[in-house]
Design a protein around this ligand. Structure first.
Ligand code: ADP
Ligand code: TZD
Ligand code: MG
Length: 585
């Protein structure tokens, strides 16, 4: 009875699909419109269908075994790509599992969006006991750079746009986007829905530094007798690699890379002062920080590390700080020349003021550094050449060092205590953003999530060097690595425990020490359980063969490298922060 139908009524189910859209589709369309192509998450009520439909819409959807790992994956995907990494979780418990990664992203200045489904607002607010009831928005706020909730389908475009802009602009960070279950089935007219979406224009606007700030910084650097540049992971994130390198090379100033800035210039660069770190920090007179904060990782710019007489005394250095956050300067010590802007714009502005008349640093300073470097490198070479049985951290990492050198495009994931500190100092990096690790907090648990994300977003071989304790935090994701058939080679530095494996229960009781694990655990069987390759490596030769094979075949591989259980020290290299170790010393 076509005559009786209203004029604008759909003629068929297919037509109805064309004129109407729903909340699910609008979320997908909003993300796609903004170039999001990968989602890390874990399904369940109310986002199961969202994950299915994201995949159906052509997105890469990577499904994890625990939300914390999906979240860490999203955070590092954001760091590696400068697009917000997306983590999708269910409500309350899934959201809470993802929350650690949201806080981690904010702390490390990584752009990430945690999107969680949530329960019915009215019931949550009256605390009437909904399924997975929780006021997630309120809980996310203190650890997020920004947090938003969308209640109506027509606001999805704005909600996603605001989340993306908040994650990427200025100092990047973690953003929370709360999507209540009721939002997804809401329908609206498709054309109006499409018109409501926002493609974010210039989400990370350049920030040009003020000319007078640039001049102030250059004048200070020029006057230095013992200048030093410190490169941080903000500089690596900025992807202004050529300009940062030109800044270092044209000034001729020695530089220290922070952990994740290793490789921004090759660690083998003549101006790299890593091997003389404990000499250059207290000796330098003017220090330029580029995308690095003066937090605990740099002893807050004070104390003995910096030549201060006393734990909190200023060492007398002057500081230039190049950073996108105007609030960062003076956080710990006086910053004499803050340069506020994005690293690329700042590096270019500084370079414009460095001409042929720029004085190279005094030969005396460069010579003193070279001397320390040579001595320390020779000492290290001697240690690396030893071949004890069982393997030491050094003899095992000597192999990793060679394999990374032969595969400079591989991404190195690293966590643990001794397993972290030794790797950082022994394994040279050759290219930018190839080393990803525990970051600002020194957290355990980033390992397998980082491996998955690095392999998925870059397509490169991933090599993870993991403490046996560190690995345990995310070990189940070896299944994820196998399921997606990712080129990940995990090397566990297995010393039977946290820091070392030889601690005893002081009471002589049956329980083991809280710091040790099952002796000689066969972690490699975990990878075998899911169809990957497992190797038990007791010598450097066995380790080398297994790593070379993993890189050649790109198969998921776990190598259980057996390390002397008495080889580590408590807290790795950060004994100064450990009250127990302090007491002992
Ligand atoms: P590291 O741990 O390597 O020392 P931090 O995480 O402490 O590095 O510091 C990174 C700094 O880089 C932060 O202060 C952040 O504001 C800054 N930053 C991040 N992205 C940019 C950018 N694009 N331009 C300038 N500064 C940036
Ligand atoms: N929990 C979290 C989330 N982060 C942490 N940093 C810690 C606990 C404390 N911690 C460290 O700082 S390192 C470490 C823990 C538990 C593990 C060290 O043991 P490992 O490495 O086996 O990973 P080594 O090589 O044995 O030192
Ligand atoms: Mg260990």
């Amino acid at each position: 009875m076509p005559d009786e139908a209203p004029k604008n009524a759909p003629q068929s189910a297919a037509d109805a699909a064309i004129v109407e859209t729903d909340g699910f589709q609008l979320v997908i369309d909003a993300l796609k419109l903004n170039g999001i192509d990968t989602i890390f998450g874990l399904p369940g009520i109310p986002i199961t269908d969202l994950m299915r439909r994201l995949q159906a819409a052509g997105m890469r959807v990577v499904s994890f075994r625990h939300e914390q790992n999906a979240g860490y994956a999203a955070s590092i995907a954001g760091y590696l790509t400068r697009k917000p990494g997306i983590c999708l979780t269910v409500s309350a418990p899934g959201f809470l599992n993802g929350l650690a990664s949201l806080a981690h992203a904010t702390t490390n200045c990584f752009p990430m969006i945690l999107i969680s489904g949530s329960s019915e607002r009215e019931i949550v607010d009256l605390q009437q006991g909904d399924y997975e009831e929780m006021d997630q928005l309120a809980i996310a706020k203190p650890v997020a750079k920004a947090a938003f909730r969308v209640l109506h389908a027509e606001d999805i475009g704005v909600g996603v746009a605001r989340a993306i802009r908040a994650a990427l602009s200025g100092r990047p960070g973690g953003v929370y986007l709360d999507l209540p279950a009721k939002l997804f089935p809401q329908t609206m007219e498709a054309a109006a829905g499409k018109a409501s979406l926002i493609e974010v224009v210039d989400p990370a606007p350049r920030q040009i530094p003020a000319p007078e700030a640039v001049k102030r910084a250059l004048d200070l650097m020029r006057s230095a007798k013992k200048p030093l540049i410190i490169l941080g992971k903000g500089a690596a994130y900025a992807q202004a690699d050529a300009d940062v390198r030109a800044l270092v090379e044209r000034t001729g100033i020695p530089y220290l890379p922070m952990s994740m800035a290793k490789g921004l210039l090759p660690d083998t660069h003549a101006q790299c002062a890593s091997a003389a770190r404990s000499f250059v920090l207290p000796e330098a007179d003017v220090v330029m920080l580029v995308g690095a904060r003066l937090n605990w990782l740099l002893s807050h710019g004070k104390g003995k590390t910096w030549g201060g007489k006393g734990a909190k005394a200023w060492g007398g250095q002057k500081f230039v700080q190049v950073d996108i956050s105007p609030q960062e300067a003076d956080s710990n010590v006086r910053i004499d020349a803050p340069v506020v802007g994005d690293i690329g714009s700042c590096a270019r502005a500084l370079l414009a003021g460095i001409d042929a008349s720029w004085p190279q640093p005094p030969a005396e300073w460069l010579g003193a550094i070279a001397e320390r470097k040579d001595k320390n490198v020779a000492k290290m070479a001697e240690t690396l050449a030893k071949n004890p049985s069982p393997m030491s951290f050094h003899s095992a990492l000597n192999v990793v060092r060679d394999v990374v050198k032969a595969n400079p495009d591989a991404i190195l994931v690293n966590e643990g205590a001794n397993a972290l500190d030794f790797t950082r100092s022994i394994v040279d990096m050759y290219k930018p953003r190839k080393r990803i690790d525990v970051g600002t907090w020194g957290i355990m648990g980033i390992g397998m999530g980082y491996c998955v994300a690095a392999a998925v977003v870059t397509g490169q071989q991933v090599i993870a060097v993991e403490g046996d304790s560190a690995f345990g935090f995310s070990g189940m994701e070896t299944e994820t690595i196998c399921r997606y058939d990712l080129p990940v080679c995990v090397v566990i530095m297995n010393n039977n425990g946290v820091y070392r494996g030889d601690e005893k229960n002081p009471t002589g009781g049956k329980d083991p020490s809280p710091l040790v694990f099952v002796k000689d655990a066969r972690y490699e069987k975990l990878m075998e359980a899911f169809g990957g390759v497992g190797v038990h490596a007791k010598t450097p030769d066995e380790l080398r063969r297994a790593m070379e094979e993993a890189v050649r075949t790109r198969r998921p591989t776990l190598i259980n490298a057996v390390i002397d259980e008495a080889g580590g020290t408590e807290s790795g290299r950060i004994t100064s922060l450990n009250p127990a170790a302090k007491k002992k010393s």
